[in-house]
Ligand binder design. Structure first.
Ligand SMILES: [Fe+2]
Length: 160
Protein backbone atom coordinates (compact mmCIF):
# COMPACT_ATOMS: atom_id res chain seq x y z
CA UNK A 1 0.00 0.00 0.00
CA UNK A 2 1.43 3.37 -0.94
CA UNK A 3 1.56 6.24 1.51
CA UNK A 4 -1.02 8.04 -0.58
CA UNK A 5 -3.43 5.13 -0.43
CA UNK A 6 -2.98 4.84 3.32
CA UNK A 7 -4.35 8.32 3.84
CA UNK A 8 -6.72 8.49 0.87
CA UNK A 9 -9.80 8.55 3.08
CA UNK A 10 -8.66 11.79 4.69
CA UNK A 11 -9.52 14.99 2.87
CA UNK A 12 -6.18 15.88 1.28
CA UNK A 13 -6.62 19.61 1.92
CA UNK A 14 -6.89 18.84 5.62
CA UNK A 15 -3.75 16.72 5.92
CA UNK A 16 -1.42 19.77 5.97
CA UNK A 17 -3.47 21.42 8.70
CA UNK A 18 -3.68 18.24 10.79
CA UNK A 19 0.07 17.62 10.49
CA UNK A 20 0.82 21.24 11.41
CA UNK A 21 -1.39 20.95 14.48
CA UNK A 22 0.25 17.65 15.48
CA UNK A 23 3.62 19.43 15.24
CA UNK A 24 2.17 22.14 17.48
CA UNK A 25 1.12 19.46 19.98
CA UNK A 26 4.73 18.20 19.94
CA UNK A 27 6.06 21.74 20.54
CA UNK A 28 3.64 22.44 23.42
CA UNK A 29 4.42 19.01 24.87
CA UNK A 30 8.14 19.79 24.82
CA UNK A 31 7.32 23.02 26.66
CA UNK A 32 5.45 21.01 29.28
CA UNK A 33 8.25 18.42 29.42
CA UNK A 34 10.74 21.16 30.27
CA UNK A 35 8.50 22.54 33.01
CA UNK A 36 7.96 19.05 34.47
CA UNK A 37 11.71 18.49 34.63
CA UNK A 38 12.25 21.91 36.21
CA UNK A 39 9.61 21.16 38.85
CA UNK A 40 10.93 17.60 39.41
CA UNK A 41 14.45 18.91 40.01
CA UNK A 42 13.70 21.99 42.11
CA UNK A 43 10.56 21.31 44.14
CA UNK A 44 11.17 21.51 47.89
CA UNK A 45 9.24 21.22 51.12
CA UNK A 46 7.27 18.65 53.05
CA UNK A 47 5.62 17.37 49.85
CA UNK A 48 8.94 16.96 48.08
CA UNK A 49 8.82 13.22 47.53
CA UNK A 50 5.25 12.76 46.17
CA UNK A 51 5.61 15.83 43.93
CA UNK A 52 9.09 14.84 42.74
CA UNK A 53 7.72 11.40 41.83
CA UNK A 54 4.49 12.69 40.28
CA UNK A 55 6.36 15.10 38.00
CA UNK A 56 8.63 12.23 36.96
CA UNK A 57 5.70 9.93 36.16
CA UNK A 58 4.21 12.70 34.02
CA UNK A 59 7.38 13.47 32.04
CA UNK A 60 8.10 9.79 31.45
CA UNK A 61 4.61 9.23 30.04
CA UNK A 62 4.83 12.42 28.00
CA UNK A 63 8.21 11.55 26.47
CA UNK A 64 6.75 8.34 25.01
CA UNK A 65 3.60 10.14 23.85
CA UNK A 66 5.53 12.87 22.02
CA UNK A 67 7.16 10.20 19.88
CA UNK A 68 3.76 8.75 18.95
CA UNK A 69 2.40 12.17 17.97
CA UNK A 70 5.46 13.01 15.84
CA UNK A 71 5.30 9.60 14.16
CA UNK A 72 1.65 10.21 13.31
CA UNK A 73 2.86 13.27 11.36
CA UNK A 74 5.15 10.95 9.38
CA UNK A 75 2.36 8.41 8.85
CA UNK A 76 0.35 11.24 7.29
CA UNK A 77 3.19 11.76 4.82
CA UNK A 78 4.42 15.01 6.39
CA UNK A 79 7.59 15.89 8.28
CA UNK A 80 7.96 16.19 12.05
CA UNK A 81 9.37 19.34 13.63
CA UNK A 82 12.13 18.86 16.17
CA UNK A 83 15.13 20.36 17.91
CA UNK A 84 14.79 22.34 21.13
CA UNK A 85 15.30 25.78 19.55
CA UNK A 86 12.71 25.18 16.84
CA UNK A 87 10.20 23.67 19.27
CA UNK A 88 10.80 26.50 21.77
CA UNK A 89 10.02 29.04 19.03
CA UNK A 90 6.76 27.23 18.32
CA UNK A 91 5.71 26.56 21.93
CA UNK A 92 3.41 28.96 23.76
CA UNK A 93 4.07 27.43 27.19
CA UNK A 94 5.18 30.11 29.65
CA UNK A 95 8.35 29.02 31.34
CA UNK A 96 9.03 29.46 35.05
CA UNK A 97 12.49 30.87 35.80
CA UNK A 98 15.16 28.16 35.76
CA UNK A 99 16.68 27.04 39.06
CA UNK A 100 14.14 29.12 40.93
CA UNK A 101 13.19 28.58 44.54
CA UNK A 102 9.48 28.61 43.75
CA UNK A 103 7.08 27.10 46.25
CA UNK A 104 5.63 23.63 45.68
CA UNK A 105 2.28 25.26 44.86
CA UNK A 106 3.95 27.53 42.30
CA UNK A 107 5.50 24.54 40.54
CA UNK A 108 2.17 22.70 40.61
CA UNK A 109 0.34 25.75 39.24
CA UNK A 110 2.91 26.28 36.48
CA UNK A 111 2.76 22.68 35.32
CA UNK A 112 -1.04 22.72 35.52
CA UNK A 113 -1.20 25.71 33.17
CA UNK A 114 1.26 23.99 30.79
CA UNK A 115 -0.93 20.86 30.77
CA UNK A 116 -3.88 23.08 29.83
CA UNK A 117 -1.92 24.57 26.94
CA UNK A 118 -1.25 21.04 25.65
CA UNK A 119 -4.93 20.09 26.08
CA UNK A 120 -5.94 23.12 24.02
CA UNK A 121 -3.54 22.15 21.21
CA UNK A 122 -4.76 18.53 21.30
CA UNK A 123 -8.43 19.55 21.21
CA UNK A 124 -7.79 21.79 18.19
CA UNK A 125 -6.08 18.89 16.41
CA UNK A 126 -8.79 16.45 17.46
CA UNK A 127 -11.48 18.68 15.93
CA UNK A 128 -9.51 19.15 12.69
CA UNK A 129 -9.03 15.38 12.45
CA UNK A 130 -12.69 14.67 13.18
CA UNK A 131 -13.96 17.02 10.49
CA UNK A 132 -11.53 15.52 7.95
CA UNK A 133 -12.44 11.90 8.72
CA UNK A 134 -9.02 11.15 10.20
CA UNK A 135 -10.25 8.84 12.97
CA UNK A 136 -6.76 7.59 13.82
CA UNK A 137 -5.41 11.06 14.62
CA UNK A 138 -8.66 11.79 16.44
CA UNK A 139 -8.18 8.62 18.52
CA UNK A 140 -4.57 9.50 19.32
CA UNK A 141 -5.53 12.99 20.46
CA UNK A 142 -8.56 11.81 22.46
CA UNK A 143 -6.11 9.66 24.41
CA UNK A 144 -3.76 12.61 24.94
CA UNK A 145 -6.58 14.87 26.15
CA UNK A 146 -7.73 12.21 28.65
CA UNK A 147 -4.20 11.80 30.02
CA UNK A 148 -3.64 15.55 30.41
CA UNK A 149 -7.10 16.04 31.96
CA UNK A 150 -6.22 13.40 34.55
CA UNK A 151 -2.95 15.23 35.29
CA UNK A 152 -4.89 18.49 35.71
CA UNK A 153 -7.17 16.74 38.21
CA UNK A 154 -4.13 15.52 40.21
CA UNK A 155 -2.53 18.96 40.20
CA UNK A 156 -5.76 20.80 41.01
CA UNK A 157 -6.40 18.43 43.91
CA UNK A 158 -3.02 19.34 45.35
CA UNK A 159 -3.91 23.05 45.19
CA UNK A 160 -7.18 22.65 47.15
FE1 LIG B 1 14.97 12.37 38.42
Amino acid sequence: MSATKAIENIESSAVDQIAAQLNQVVAESYGLLGQLHLAHWNVEGTDFLPLHEMFQAQYEELFVAIDEVAERVRALGKYAEGGVKKLAEMSTVNEAPSASSASAKDFVSATLVAHEVVIEACVKGRKLAASAGDAETEDLLIGRVKTHQKAVWFLNSYLK
